[in-house]
Design a protein around this ligand. Structure first.
Ligand code: ADP
Ligand code: MG
Length: 333
C-alpha cells in the first residue's frame, strides 16, 4: 500500500511519492509528469489529461477545464448531456493520477496528500477532501501550496522568509512565508484568480483580429498562441496562426514584441505582489528571496520583472512547475 502526494492544479496536476529516501515524481501513461486538469466525455467515453486537452479544440462543448476555480460552489458543467460538479471533475482527475501511480508503483494507493491554495476556505477544503471519500482513499492531509513550495526549497536550521510567487495557467498566488526549522508559516497571501499564462496566450492571439470565431476556432487559436509563447522562450521569432474560412492567418512575434504586449499583465502582477508584501508587515529588503512556482514563472521576462521590482534574488531557477509536488514529497518522508 502506498501514499502519494497530488498537486491538483487549475491547469495541470502531478503526483509524487517518496521512495528509498528520495522524492520521486510519478509519470503518467504518456511518460510525462504533468497531466492537464481537463476532462472530456462523449458517447459515454471519458478521458482525462492530454487527450482531453486536445478535445478542447475538436469538441469544446463536451470538455471541461479550469474547474478548480469552482470547487465548493454549486456550478454545474455539462458534458455529453450529464451534469458534473467541480468536485466530480476533480475526482476524475485524481482517479486518473491514482491509476497512473498504481501502475507505475506496482501497488495500491490507499492514502493521498493533496495540495490546495492557501486561500481555500472550509467549503473548498471539504470539497477537496470529499474526493477521497468518493474514491475510497484516505485524504491524509491537505497541504497549502505555498507551504509545500517553501519546504521544497528550505534548508533546515536556517531562518528564512520567502515570497512564494505561484504563477500558473489561470491564477496568480503570492504568499509571504516564514521558515523556522521545519515550521512553515504563511504570513500573508494575495492573489488574482483570473491572471495567468492564459492571459499571455490571449494577448498573443489578439494579433489575429478575427471577431467572428466560434468556440472551436477560438480554442484552436489560443492553443496556437500558447505554442508561440513557449517557442519564444527559446527562439527569437515565433508565430501564431489559424486557418479560417479557407484563409490562412498568421502573425509573427519577436521576443521584444512579446515583452511589450505582455506589459499590461505584468502591471497586474505588480499589484498582487505589492499587496502580499504590504500585508506581511515586512519591508521588501527583510525578505530573503523569491521562490518561483508554476509554469508561467519559467518565463525570463517574468523573472527579470519581479526581481527588479523588489530587488530580491530568486531562490532556485528550475522545476517551477514541479515544486509544489516536490514539497508534497517532502511531507511524505
Ligand atoms: P496550474 O498551477 O495553474 O495548474 P502550471 O503551473 O502547470 O498551472 O502552469 C501552466 C501555465 O504555464 C500554462 O499557461 C503554460 O502555457 C505555462 N508554461 C508552461 N511552461 C512554460 C514555459 N516554459 N514558458 C512560459 N510559460 C510556460
Ligand atoms: Mg499550480
Amino acid at each position: 500500500m502506498a501514499t502519494i502526494g497530488i498537486d491538483l492544479g487549475t491547469t495541470n496536476s502531478l503526483a509524487v511519492t517518496y521512495r528509498e529516501g528520495e522524492v520521486e515524481l510519478i509519470p503518467n501513461g504518456f511518460g510525462e509528469y504533468l497531466t492537464p486538469s481537463v476532462v472530456h466525455v462523449s458517447d459515454d467515453v471519458l478521458t482525462v489529461g492530454k487527450i482531453a486537452k486536445e478535445r478542447l479544440v475538436t469538441d469544446p462543448e463536451n470538455t471541461a477545464q479550469l474547474f478548480k476555480r469552482s470547487m465548493g460552489t454549486n456550478e454545474i458543467f455539462y458534458l455529453d448531456g450529464e451534469a458534473y460538479s467541480a468536485t466530480d471533475l476533480s475526482t476524475l482527475v485524481v482517479k486518473q493520477l491514482v491509476a497512473d501511480a498504481e501502475s507505475y508503483l506496482g501497488e495500491k494507493v490507499d492514502e493521498v496528500l493533496i495540495s490546495v491554495p492557501a486561500y481555500f476556505n472550509e467549503k473548498q477544503r471539504s470539497a477537496t477532501k470529499a474526493i477521497g471519500q468518493r474514491l475510497g482513499i484516505k485524504v491524509e492531509r491537505l497541504i497549502n501550496e505555498p507551504s509545500a513550495a517553501a519546504i521544497a526549497c528550505h534548508k533546515i536550521g536556517k531562518d528564512e522568509s520567502f515570497i512564494v510567487f505561484d504563477f500558473g495557467g489561470g491564477t496568480l498566488d503570492v504568499s509571504v512565508v516564514d521558515c523556522f526549522d521545519n515550521v512553515i508559516s504563511i504570513v500573508s497571501i494575495a492573489g488574482d484568480n483570473f491572471l495567468g499564462g492564459s492571459d499571455f496566450d490571449k494577448a498573443i492571439a489578439e494579433g489575429i483580429d478575427l471577431e467572428k470565431l466560434d468556440t472551436k476556432q477560438k480554442s484552436s487559436l489560443l492553443l496556437s498562441a500558447e505554442r508561440c509563447k513557449l517557442k519564444l522562450q527559446k527562439e527569437k521569432l515565433a508565430a501564431v496562426s489559424l486557418t479560417y474560412d479557407d484563409q490562412y492567418y498568421m502573425k509573427q512575434y519577436t521576443q521584444a514584441e512579446l515583452k511589450s504586449i505582455i506589459q499590461p499583465v505584468l502591471d497586474r502582477v505588480k499589484k498582487v505582489i505589492g499587496r502580499a508584501v504590504s500585508d506581511s508587515g515586512y519591508r521588501a529588503h527583510e525578505l530573503d528571496a523569491f521562490i518561483l512556482v508554476g509554469g508561467s514563472s519559467m518565463m525570463p521576462l517574468v523573472q527579470s520583472y519581479i526581481m527588479n521590482l523588489l530587488n530580491l534574488p530568486i531562490k532556485r531557477l528550475k522545476d517551477m512547475d514541479e515544486l509544489v509536488a516536490r514539497g508534497l514529497g517532502t511531507y511524505l518522508a
